[in-house]
Write a protein that binds this ligand. Structure first.
Ligand code: GTP
Ligand code: MG
Length: 194
């Protein structure tokens, strides 16, 4: 049996399957590498990735059974997508916020940040939203293969400092590369310890 299963693509929060399975979600700016990191984590190319920002526009759920106990992984649509219309942005933001506020089985939100760009205004808005609503989150740096090791380390420390005093942050920043499979074990253990 495959340890990873696609549960479906959901356009609205209301249509999500109602389960009690613990859930972990991936969010971040469009093109940051959410779907790629999910694939690297489960060791299977199951979430669709693309060079075109804005690829994932619905909430995609995957059931992952690594060690007997199944969990759900949610690949959320990216924010900060430049080509989206204002109406679309409002709709997507409302949906993500609704998901975060109502998904009671959500254990932790992974906020992905491109290591070449660092924290952007839209990431800070997401972080502030989580703080204000007591949604536990952890910041994950992506694409660290694209920058020097020393730069990645500096950024990791900076972000750790920045969010240390934030209410709902949990766990130190994890530096990852889906390309080079770096930081995957750390991410796995963050989930296992959840
Ligand atoms: P949206 O669904 O559009 O919001 O994007 P996403 O955040 O799911 O990003 P996705 O995983 O589709 O990756 C976007 C692009 O970045 C693709 O071209 C990936 O190949 C590339 N990419 C993702 N992760 C890495 C990484 O660790 N290193 C490098 N070099 N490229 C990566
Ligand atoms: Mg995606």
């Amino acid at each position: 049996m495959m340890p990873i299963k696609f549960l479906g693509s959901f356009d609205t929060v209301e249509s999500l399957p109602r389960t009690r399975v613990t859930e972990y979600a991936f969010v971040g700016r469009s093109n940051v590498g959410k779907s790629s990191l999910l694939n690297a984590l489960v060791g299977h190319k199951i979430a669709r990735t693309s060079n075109t920002p804005g690829r994932t526009q619905t909430i995609n759920l995957f059931e992952w059974t690594e060690e007997e106990c199944p969990i759900t992984l949610a690949d959320l649509p990216g924010y900060g997508y430049a080509k989206a219309s204002k109406t679309e942005v409002i709709k997507w933001t409302a949906r993500t916020e609704k998901y975060l506020l109502t998904r009671s089985q959500l254990k932790r939100l992974f906020i992905l940040v491109d290591s070449r760009h660092g924290l952007k205004e839209s990431d800070l808005e997401m972080i502030n939203f989580c703080d204000a609503n007591a949604i536990q989150y952890q910041v994950i740096l992506t694409k660290t293969d694209k920058i020097k090791k020393s730069e990645g380390e500096k950024l990791r420390v900076e972000i750790d400092q920045e969010i240390k005093n934030h209410g709902a942050s949990c766990g130190a920043v994890i530096a990852t590369s889906a390309e080079k499979k770096a930081g995957i074990e750390e991410l796995k253990s963050a989930i296992a310890k959840g």
